[in-house]
Structure formats: C-alpha cells, structure tokens
Ligand binder design. Structure first.
Ligand code: FAD
Ligand code: UDP
Length: 373
C-alpha cells in the first residue's frame, strides 16, 4: 500500500514525489507516456539533448526555485535570444535597439522612440483609446511596422485566429527595450540543465516506484485501491468525465529531423513571423547546451532541428496550452468545486488549468506539499 498515487511524472508530480519521499512517504507514480518528465522530457540523439516537447528554457526571479533545481543538477548560462525571421529579413527579439536598427536604421534610443511613438499616435488617432482586439492593441502600443512584421503572422498562427478576433489583453504589455540587449527574459536567473531535463526528473524520482505506459483511466479502480491518497496532474475535466463540457486547449505538432550539418541556423530558436509559413519556430537543439561553450558533445557533422506547428486541440490530442480566457476560467472553477469535494488533489498545468512556467510549477508544488504533507 502506497501513501500517494501520483498520476503524471511531469515536473509537478516529480517535485511532489521528492518532497513526499523526504518525509518518509511511499509514492507510486504512473504515466501514460512511455517516459518520465512530461513536457520537459529530453532525449539524446546524435549526442544532442533533444527537447521532445518544444524548447524549454528555465528562467525565474525566484531564488528559491533556482536553488531548488541547481541542487539537483548543474545548469549552464544559456540566455534565450530568439531571432525572428520575416521573409528574408532577420530581427533580434525581444524588441530592442538591435531590432529597431534593423527595422529603420536608427542608432539611438531617441530616434527609435520617435518612430514608435509617431506610428502609435497614427494608430491611436484611427482606433481611439479603447482597442477592441489584439490587432488594435498592438498597433496603439507599437505601431504598424512591428505589428505587421513581427506580431501579426506569428500570433495568428499560434492562436489559430485572426488578430482582430483575439482579445486585446494577450498583448497588453508589449515590452520595448531601448538598449542593445537580446536577452528574451527579464528574470534574474536563467539556464538549461547540462545533460537535459530528464536527469533532473530522475533525481527527483529517486526512491519512487514508477509505472510507465499506464493510463489512470484504464484502471482507475484498481490503481486507486493501491494508495491512501491520489495526486492527479492530468486533465481536470477528463477526471470528471467532461461533465460540464471540455475546457479548451491549444495543441502543437512537432516535426523533428536529423540534418547532415554542424550548424543549421546558428541559433537555438528562430521564430518565423510570416503567416504563410505554417510553423511558428525552428529549434536547433544543440545550441541550448553548446552555445558559447568550447565543450561539444554532439556527433560531428550532425544537428537535430524541430519545427513547431500550432494545432487546434480535440479530445485525445496532447493539450499543450490551457486557453485561460474568461469563459474557460469560469468553467475551470466549476471543475475546481468538484475537485475540492472529491478527496483527490489536483496539481500542475493540467490539474490546475494554468499557463504555468516550470518555476511556477515548482513553487506551487512546494507550497502544496507544505500544506498537504
Ligand atoms: P506535464 O509536463 O504536462 O505532466 C503531466 C504528466 O501527466 C504527463 O507526463 C502526462 O503524460 C501525464 N498524464 C496525464 N494524464 C494522465 C493519465 N490519465 N494517466 C497517466 N498519466 C497521465 N516553461 C518554462 O519555464 N520555460 C519554457 O521555455 C517553457 N516552454 C514550453 C514550451 C512548450 C511547447 C510547452 C507546452 C510548455 C512550455 N513550458 C515552459 C511549460 C512547462 O512545460 C510546464 O510548466 C511543465 O512541464 C508543467 O509540468 P506538469 O507536471 O504540470 O505537466
Ligand atoms: N509573439 C509574437 N511574435 C514573436 C513571439 C511572440 O507576436 O516572434 C507574441 C505571440 O502573440 C505569442 C506571445 O507573444 O503568443 C507570447 O510569446 P512567447 O514566445 O513569449 O510565449 P510562449 O509561446 O512561450 O508561451
């Protein structure tokens, strides 16, 4: 008999298990996938740690989260600096002086601000002070050049809808940086575990029993009998048999290829911002760990790339992103009320239906274990 049956070996389930084991509890973890780690799982191919479910960069302002992962495995100093490709033009992200120089040839912050403000003013005069959708919001914040080249196509692919049909709030805080700095994140700490994320999960799961290829819903009764309590990190709506209707998610399709070259695109992440190209970005995995490092572990003459295609979600597809709009959040609250009465504890991105980053998941799991264990 186990103290806890933890459904899902993703980051939430693994942190929960590690903390429970520290307190002397016996944990059984199950996962329907053939591997541990959920969406942060990495797998070696040609000596390269491949992020199987999309680019994962650990970034946080929380010293607690940063120390937590660093005491498990060593991290490198990777700094995410995606490049945006629009037709044959290349721009640095996030929007900063390098981007503005490439767009308009300006060299000083004053010149850049002048252009952005004049384009934004033009948009405000047309649209007014209450933008009704994402397109209007982006135009009044940053003007047409940035919107048309760097936002519109990418956003419409990502969300599967026209920018005029998307809510303004998604892009309410468009960050502009008037310095030459291509670091995508503002957080104090950032990096990638050397050796990928799977060893981090393995470390967290030391001492736990694990059963892979095991779907909770295929043997719900039997599995539940094996433990005192259940921690569930799958879909909260599926757990309750979609009784109030399904929550909405966005899905993705990954196309991974091994190429016979050392260096395909010169950067870990290149965003394709034009609508006509069906993928949003290409990840070249080796650069997450080899960027700026003299230590090369990958097979010479080989690289692995992944194209990321956004996709509509239907029952049965992988639910990568919760769509946290008002309607879905209200529906989630109904499921949450059922969850509170069920005696089962729901955690993680799918269990809590929140667009959590990895640091949020760790902090949330630590807070939950402190109150539950
Ligand atoms: P998951 O990783 O989804 O784990 C849930 C597990 O439960 C899965 O393994 C699943 O197979 C299993 N499961 C579900 N249902 C069942 C069932 N019925 N029976 C058995 N097992 C089940 N965060 C960052 O901080 N930085 C990033 O750069 C970043 N990039 C991302 C890019 C993409 C494309 C995506 C999708 C997410 C990204 N994230 C990023 C977020 C990050 O992936 C999550 O915060 C984190 O993985 C969530 O962990 P979790 O344990 O809650 O969920
Ligand atoms: N975005 C954009 N162009 C880009 C990158 C991002 O317009 O080149 C917008 C887009 O609307 C996207 C949002 O910014 O949904 C957040 O993007 P980010 O890559 O930060 O989020 P993630 O997809 O990792 O959650």
């Amino acid at each position: 008999m186990y103290d806890y049956l933890i459904v899902g070996t993703g980051l939430y389930g693994a942190v929960f298990a590690a903390e429970a084991i520290k307190k002397g509890k016996k944990c059984l973890l199950i996962d329907k996938r053939p591997h541990i780690g959920g969406n942060i799982y990495t797998e070696k191919c040609c000596g390269i740690n491949v992020h199987k479910y999309g680019a994962h960069i650990f970034h946080t302002d929380s010293e607690r989260a940063w120390n937590y992962v660093n005491q498990l495995v060593p991290f490198n100093r990777y700094t995410n600096s995606p490049v945006a490709r629009y037709k044959d033009e290349l721009y640095n992200l996030p929007f900063n002086m390098n981007t503005f120089h490439a767009l308009w040839g300006v060299t000083t912050p004053e010149e850049a601000k002048k252009i952005i403000e004049s384009q934004a003013k033009e948009a405000r005069e047309r649209i007014g002070d209450n933008p009704a959708n994402l397109e209007e919001q982006a135009l009044v914040l940053g003007g047409k050049d940035i919107y048309e080249k760097l936002i519109k196509g990418y956003t419409e692919k990502q969300w599967g809808r026209r920018a005029t049909e998307l809510p303004a709030f998604i892009i309410k805080r468009l960050p502009f940086r008037f310095i030459y700095d291509n670091n995508y994140f503002n957080d104090a700490f950032q990096g990638i575990p050397i050796g990928g994320y799977t060893p981090l999960i393995e470390k967290l799961l030391e001492g736990a029993d694990i059963r892979l290829n095991t779907d909770f819903f295929a043997a719900r009764e039997e599995l539940s009998r094996e433990a005192e309590k259940i921690i569930f990190t799958g879909l909260i709506d599926e757990y309750f048999d979609y009784c109030y209707g399904p929550l909405e998610y966005r899905s993705l399709r990954f196309e991974t290829e091994i190429l016979d070259t050392d260096n395909y695109q010169g950067n870990a992440v290149v965003n394709y911002t034009e609508y006509e190209i069906p993928y949003t970005r290409i990840i070249e995995h080796k650069h997450f760990e080899e960027f700026g490092s003299y230590e090369k572990h990958s097979d010479p003459g080989k690289t692995v790339i992944t194209r990321e295609y956004p996709a509509a979600w239907q029952k049965g597809d992988e639910p990568y992103y919760p769509v946290n709009n008002e309607e879905n959040n209200a529906l989630y609250e109904k499921y949450k009320a059922l969850a509170d009465e069920s005696g089962v504890f729901f955690g993680g991105r799918l269990g809590k239906y929140k667009y959590y980053d990895m640091d949020d998941v760790i902090l949330d799991a630590l807070a939950d274990t402190e109150s539950i264990l």
